[in-house]
Design a protein. Structure first.
Length: 127
């Protein structure tokens, strides 16, 4: 995808992805899982707050100051909580969606935990 942008600006991202694709995928899943769990734990928090909390725990320590600044700006662009629920729930009541999301997140958390353990115990890096 970054090649299609025609810019060398994202070269560092491409290199990181090529060299550490397993860890990057695991971190992405972990980041997403934690952000959505945070969204469920704090029903009044806006989505960008939940993603920022997740970023601070999962990804922040992997990034330089410049990347952290860019990510902070990007996170502010996520949709509002209500808009996100409307899009993802596709007309279902939010309570029903929330219950189904909780089940899905439990499954995702189990998968992420196994992947993290495998990578860390196998000496493939810390997620």
């Amino acid at each position: 995808m970054f090649d299609l942008l025609g810019s060398g600006v994202f070269g560092f991202v491409q290199t990181d992805l090529r060299n550490n694709i397993g860890g990057v995928r695991a971190r992405g899943l972990y980041f997403t899982c934690m952000a959505l769990q945070e969204m469920q734990r704090d029903p009044k928090a806006e989505l960008h707050v939940c993603f920022k909390r997740s970023y601070d725990v999962v990804l922040k320590h992997h990034h330089t100051f410049i990347i952290r600044s860019v990510v902070t700006i990007a996170i502010r662009a996520v949709p509002h909580r209500h808009d996100f629920y409307d899009r993802v729930a596709q007309g279902a009541p939010h309570e029903e969606f929330d219950a189904q999301l909780a089940v899905w997140l439990d499954g995702l958390e189990a998968i992420v935990t196994r992947i993290r353990q495998f990578l860390e115990q196998g000496g493939y890096g810390k997620v």
